[in-house]
Design a protein around this ligand. Structure first.
Ligand code: URA
Length: 267
């Protein structure tokens, strides 16, 4: 790889364009396909719900909707199937302080502890992105796949802040390299913000903020500049921090935090 690569080859890309229209409520109103709302409410599979729609048994706010595509706001529209009102699945959003050894996938052949099992709710949630099993700290879990897709899209530039403990004393040269971006297999990483929290001859503690979500990105960046990570904790996702959250504990995101995430992802 050479430094003459074009910008398009860089891992970091521009943020998605924001829509001009403002939020209609604190959490912005959003529309989704009618069959998706019906399926999420447990009516039938998406495909079977499409058939119910074209059969003419589905009404939205009192009017028959029998053509596709059809879009609804599941939080606001009154939807009936054969005159029975369906209840849209509530969207839920949690911040978990993930402990070491807990994994972010929804199933694991090795039977390791899963982040989803630490969330006490009836909805089926999943992790937004990943933290390595060895990494601790903040991870969002939700059943809102639209927001999750936006947050994990390569063009999402949401900053993620980590406390990084490395072996040995890190000096200005290596810090500058991390700040400017380093070459990984996927290309050159974007710029990072780096603060030294403390350092001694044996160990350094840094705060590193990155805007991408490549696999094991922080560990690989540090390895690239010659430092082995001894401990990694994500302290913030955007402006949403884990302060006050016990290890293994979770809390619901507030309306303004959800609104913030929707706004920064252009929803
Ligand atoms: N970077 C890593 O190396 N690991 C994580 O879990 C997250 C970011």
């Amino acid at each position: 790889m050479t430094s003459k690569r074009k910008d398009s080859s860089r891992v970091q890309r521009r943020a998605p364009k924001r829509r001009a229209s403002g939020p209609s409520s604190e959490v912005q109103a959003h529309k989704e396909r009618l069959q998706k709302t019906l399926a999420a409410a447990g009516v039938a599979s998406r495909r079977a719900c499409e058939e119910l729609i074209v059969e003419g048994v589905v009404r939205v706010n009192g009017k028959v909707v029998d053509t596709l595509p059809a879009f609804v706001n599941p939080d606001k529209d009154v939807i009936t199937v054969n005159k029975r009102r369906i209840r849209a699945e509530q969207k839920v959003y949690f911040l978990l302080n993930k402990p070491k050894g807990v994994i972010c996938t929804s199933s694991d052949p090795h039977g390791r502890a899963k982040a989803v099992d630490l969330i006490d709710c009836k909805e089926r949630v999943f992790c937004v992105g990943r933290l390595d099993a060895d990494t601790t700290g903040g991870i969002i879990l939700t059943n809102d796949s639209e927001l999750a897709n936006r947050l994990t899209h390569p063009r999402s530039e949401l900053p993620k802040t980590y406390e990084v403990r490395v072996r040995g004393r890190i000096e200005g040269d290596a810090i500058e390299k991390v700040k400017r971006g380093t070459w990984l297999a996927e290309g050159k990483t974007g710029r990072a913000a780096v603060k030294v929290i403390k350092r001694s001859r044996d160990e350094s503690l840094l705060e590193v903020t990155i805007r991408q979500g490549l696999n094991r990105q922080v560990r690989r960046i540090m390895a690239r500049v010659g430092f082995k990570v001894r401990g990694l904790k994500r302290t913030k996702i955007g402006n949403i921090g884990i302060k006050g959250l016990a290890m293994g504990g979770s809390r619901k995101l507030t309306k303004s935090q959800i609104s913030y995430l929707r706004k920064v992802t252009g929803l």
